[in-house]
Design a protein around this ligand. Sequence first.
Ligand code: 6PG
Length: 229
Amino acid sequence: MQTRWEVAESPQAWLKRALAQVQTAAAEAIAARGAFHLVLAGGATPLPLYAALAAQPHDYTRWQLWFGDERCLPADDPQRNSRAVQQAWLDKVLIPPGNVHVIPAERGPQAAAAAYAEALRAVDRFDLVLLGLGEDGHTASLFPGQDWGEAEDAPAVLPVYAAPKPPPERVSLSARRLAQTQQALFLVQGAGKRAAVAAWRRGERIPAAAIRPPGGVTVLLDVEAWEGT
Ligand code: 6PG
């Protein structure tokens, strides 16, 4: 499996590169299959990308947005990944509500995982999966020391308990399901991620390295996250 490391020299170059990959993937998917299935990353790093997408014209009737993970909090809690995406992007554009597939994480890990696995039966392979990287090497809500769902028969969606990054209860697509994608792009910024990037490059088993799509992954980093790794 190929890991393509790309270092952007400035925040502007990082954002331009990320935006280009989303927009190119969308154009290709819509031209080929009439729809663009995009999995969104949680956390703070992707928010400028979501804001940049809001500033560009898109035919969102063809876009189907999924979430890689969600925190088990009330649906309107500002700490929810879905709320952050809504405020950064979706509140500013016209997208059919049925095209935004929020994980019902307010129902708790088990019930939400079962419900989202059912919803995911509608799409076999994603077109692009966006992922973040935690300082401990986690991605989505797949954390070191827990089950990442790598096996061929692993569930599509996992309930997560005792997550080290609050809140403790979450829902996450499994490594297997996240790898069912045409493209995968990790969005990594900041010196805080340097240790995780170094471990990844040394070949250590971290959750991010367990995401292994047939076409490989691209890791888009800023200089701070890359330097000295
Ligand atoms: C979450 C995210 C998580 C995130 C990383 C990086 O729910 O917290 O899914 O996997 O992507 O922790 O977070 P930052 O981008 O905020 O550093």
